[in-house]
Design a protein around this ligand. Structure first.
Ligand SMILES: Cc1cc2nc3c(=O)[nH]c(=O)nc-3n(C[C@H](O)[C@H](O)[C@H](O)COP(=O)(O)OP(=O)(O)OC[C@H]3O[C@@H](n4cnc5c(N)ncnc54)[C@H](O)[C@@H]3O)c2cc1C
Length: 518
C-alpha cells in the first residue's frame, strides 16, 4: 500500500476543499486533496450558478450578506475568467409583499450591498420578458459562475505548487493515534487500490457529508442538516440578468442566466441523506409556476433538465431541525481539538459557493495555528490560472474565438487538401510571394484541376497577407498561370480540354485576368 506524507490532507473536492488546497499550497504547505468522485460532483456541481451580491440575505441574514458583498468583489478579481458579469435585479411582483422592498433597500444599505433602484420601465427595456406588472426594481451586482472551471482552476493552481489532487479517491477511514488524527486511508474508486495519507493536519471539507467524515474520526455529533433543492434548466436564456423576487427567500424565486440556458431554482426539502436526489413532480410544477410569475410564458419554453443539490448546513441551536432555510448561510469552522479533544482535525462546512474563498482562508489560518506556523493568506490578490488578465467571461466569447479562426480551416485546394492556415503558414515560412514556390512546398494546384479552383483563392489569401499590393498579387497569379499553361497546352485533348475550358472561363471570364493591372 502506498503511503503519502503531507502537511495537510483535504477531504472533499468541492469549491471549499479545492479552495483550501489552493490557499494552503499558496502558503507553501504540502497538500493532498482527496475527492471520492470527480471534482465538484457534490453540491458545488449541483447548485444554482449564482455569485450572490448579498441582496438575498440583506434582510434575513446580514452576516451572510456582508460576506457575500466582500467575496463577490474578490471573486471578480481573482476568478474573473470563471464569472459572467450579468448583474442582477430584485423585482417586486404582484405576489410579493410591497412593504418588503423598503426593508430590502434598508438591508442593502446596512450590509453594504451595492443596490440602485431603477424604474420598472427601465428594467423592462433591459429585460423585455420580465413580468410587466412588477412595481419596484433594484439593480445589484449578481453574477454567474462556471463552477467546474472554478474548481479545476483552484486544483490546477494548487497542483502547480506541488499539491497532489486525487479525484476518485474516497476516504474510507480516518486514522487516529490517541487524541490526534494522523491522516486517512483512501480507496481509488477505479482500481480499488488503497493509499495511506499521513498528514500533520486533516481538513474535513466534505460539505453535506462532513458529519459522516467526522464520525469516521470518532466524532458523532457533527450534525449537518441537509436541505435538498431542485433546479430546472430551460432551453433559452429567457433573461440575461439574474432575476430575484424581492421578498424573503423562498422557493423558485431566482432565475439565473447560465451560458446558453437559464436556470430556475430552488426548493428546500429536508432530507436525512446527502445522496438523496429525489425530484417530486409537485416541485417541478411549483418551479414552473414560479417562473411564470417572473417571466410570463416561462412554461412555454422547454424544460431541459432538472437536478438536485443538498445544502451543507450546520445545525446550530437556533435551527428548529426541519426548516433548513432558517439556518444561517454563514459557514462553520470546527476545530475538533477545542470542541471534542481530537487534535489535528478541522471541519469546515456550511456557507455558500460565493464564500468558499473566505471559508478556505479561515480554515488554513486554523491549520497554520495548529502547526504553529505563521503563513499569511494571499488568496484575495492571487489570480487563479486562466484569470490572470482579469477579464470576465462573456456569452459571445466562444463564438468570437470560433469566428476569429473560422477561416483557418477553409479548404483552399480541394485536390491536395491544402487549408488556409497551411497556405498562410507556407507563404510566411518560405518568405515568398511566388505561387509556384508555394506549389512546390504544398503541392497546391498540382491535382486534377491544375490550379483552376484553388489559384484564385490562394491569390486572395496571398493578397491579404503582410501588406502585399493588389498589383503584386495580380502579377503572382499571372506568373503562375503562365507557368502552368506551358505544361497543359501540349495535352489539350478529351477531358483535359474540357477542364482547361472551365479554368479559362474562371480566369478569363470571371476574373478577366487579361486585363488585370500589374
Ligand atoms: C439547491 C442549491 C442551490 C444553491 N445555489 C447556490 C448559489 O446559487 N450560489 C451560492 O453561492 N451557493 C449556492 N448553494 C450553496 C453551495 O452550492 C454550497 O454551499 C457549496 O457548493 C458547498 O461546497 P462544498 O465544497 O462545501 O461542498 P461539496 O461541493 O458538496 O463538496 C464536498 C465534497 O466532499 C466529497 N466527499 C464526501 N464524502 C467523501 C469521502 N468519504 N471521501 C472523499 N470525498 C468525499 C463529496 O463527493 C463532495 O464533492 C446552493 C446549494 C444548493 C443545495
Amino acid at each position: 500500500m502506498v503511503t503519502l506524507r503531507t502537511d495537510v490532507l483535504v477531504i472533499g473536492g468541492g469549491a471549499t476543499g479545492a479552495g483550501v488546497a489552493w490557499d494552503a499550497a499558496l502558503r507553501g504547505l504540502d497538500v493532498v486533496l482527496a475527492e471520492r468522485k470527480d471534482l465538484a460532483e457534490g453540491t458545488s456541481g449541483r447548485f444554482h450558478g449564482l455569485v450572490h451580491s448579498g441582496g438575498r440575505y440583506a434582510v434575513k441574514d446580514p452576516r451572510a450578506a456582508e460576506e457575500c458583498v466582500a467575496e463577490n468583489r474578490v471573486l471578480r478579481n481573482i476568478a474573473a475568467d470563471t464569472l459572467e458579469d450579468t448583474g442582477g435585479f430584485f423585482v417586486t411582483t404582484p405576489w410579493d409583499d410591497p412593504v418588503y422592498a423598503d426593508r430590502f433597500a434598508e438591508g442593502c444599505l446596512a450590509t453594504g450591498v451595492q443596490c440602485e433602484e431603477i424604474s420598472p420601465a427601465q428594467a423592462l427595456r433591459e429585460e423585455p420578458r420580465l413580468n410587466p406588472d412588477i412595481s419596484r426594481v433594484f439593480r445589484v451586482p449578481d453574477a454567474n459562475v462556471d463552477v467546474w472551471k472554478l474548481v479545476w482552476a483552484l486544483a490546477r493552481g494548487a497542483a502547480t505548487r506541488g499539491a497532489q489532487v486525487l479525484p476518485y479517491h474516497a476516504v474510507v477511514a480516518i486514522d487516529r493515534e490517541g487524541d490526534e488524527v494522523t491522516g486517512a486511508r483512501l480507496r481509488d474508486a477505479r482500481t480499488g487500490e488503497e493509499t495511506v495519507v499521513r498528514a500533520r493536519v486533516t481538513v474535513n471539507a466534505a460539505g453535506a457529508w462532513a458529519g459522516q467524515l467526522a464520525a469516521l474520526a470518532g466524532i458523532d455529533d457533527v450534525r449537518i442538516l441537509p436541505g435538498r433543492g431542485i433546479m430546472i434548466a430551460m432551453n433559452h436564456r429567457l433573461v440575461n440578468t439574474v432575476v430575484n423576487r424581492c421578498q424573503m427567500p423562498t422557493d423558485g424565486d431566482i432565475i439565473v442566466p447560465v451560458r446558453t440556458v437559464c436556470v430556475i431554482g430552488t426548493t428546500d426539502q429536508h432530507t436525512d441523506d446527502p445522496d438523496d436526489h429525489t425530484v417530486l413532480e409537485s416541485e417541478v410544477d411549483q418551479m414552473l409556476d414560479d417562473g411564470e410569475k417572473l417571466v410570463p410564458g416561462f412554461r412555454r419554453a422547454r424544460a431541459l433538465r432538472v437536478w438536485t443539490g443538498v445544502r451543507p448546513l450546520f445545525e446550530d441551536v437556533k435551527a428548529d431541525g426541519t426548516l433548513t432555510r432558517d439556518v444561517t448561510r454563514s459557514h462553520t469552522l470546527l476545530d475538533h481539538s477545542h470542541r471534542d479533544g481530537v487534535g489535528r482535525f478541522l471541519t469546515i462546512t456550511g456557507g455558500k459557493l460565493t464564500t468558499f474563498r473566505l471559508m478556505a482562508e479561515h480554515t488554513v489560518d486554523a491549520v497554520c495555528r495548529a502547526l504553529s506556523e505563521d503563513r499569511p493568506c494571499t488568496t484575495t490578490a492571487e489570480p487563479l490560472p486562466g484569470s490572470e488578465e482579469r477579464r470576465h467571461y462573456n456569452l459571445g466569447e466562444r463564438l468570437g474565438r470560433k469566428e476569429a479562426r473560422l477561416a483557418d480551416e477553409q479548404l483552399i485546394c480541394d485536390c491536395e487538401m491544402v487549408s488556409r492556415s497551411a497556405l498562410e503558414d507556407g507563404i510566411r515560412r518560405r518568405a515568398t510571394t511566388n505561387l509556384d514556390d508555394i506549389r512546390r512546398l504544398l503541392r497546391l494546384g498540382m491535382g486534377p484541376c491544375q490550379g483552376g479552383f484553388c489559384m484564385y483563392r490562394a491569390t486572395g489569401v496571398l493578397h491579404g497577407l503582410d501588406g502585399m499590393t493588389s498589383q503584386q498579387a495580380n502579377g503572382a497569379l499571372l506568373d503562375f498561370l503562365q507557368e502552368r499553361w506551358k505544361g497543359i497546352r501540349p495535352v489539350l485533348y478529351g477531358d483535359q480540354l474540357r477542364q482547361a475550358r472551365l479554368d479559362d472561363w474562371i480566369f478569363q471570364g470571371t476574373l478577366d485576368v487579361g486585363h488585370l493591372s500589374t
